[in-house]
Design a protein around this ligand. Sequence first.
Ligand SMILES: [Cu+2]
Length: 128
Amino acid sequence: MRFALVAAAALAIALPVTAAESPAKVTVTMANFSYAPADLHLHAGHSVTIHFVNEGSGGHDFTAEEFFAAASMDAANRAHVGGTKGRVSLGKGESADVTLVPKAGTYKVHCSHFGHSALGMTGRIVVD
Ligand SMILES: [Cu+2]
């Protein structure tokens, strides 16, 4: 039984993934007090994995209610963005991946921590 599981796992790893099926990946880095990149450009209708990293000295988040609400994603990814909160919250040094299919539009991003957006923690997502 154990061998069968290992064999199945090895097979899964060996299966080729075509370029069309593998989602694009982008990284968003949170810092004190900015996002890099501040302007995220995504392709409408194409699956993308957004890798969020918090390199700041404290907690930060990526709040984009309209962007996440408009995007298609499965339940697990929806949970990563806090459901209807539309927010990826990370403690210092944490990271998280969210895979979704974005909808065309221009969306605002901000950090909901007190005072952070005033200090420059804002951004924009352009999907076209
Ligand atoms: Cu912040």
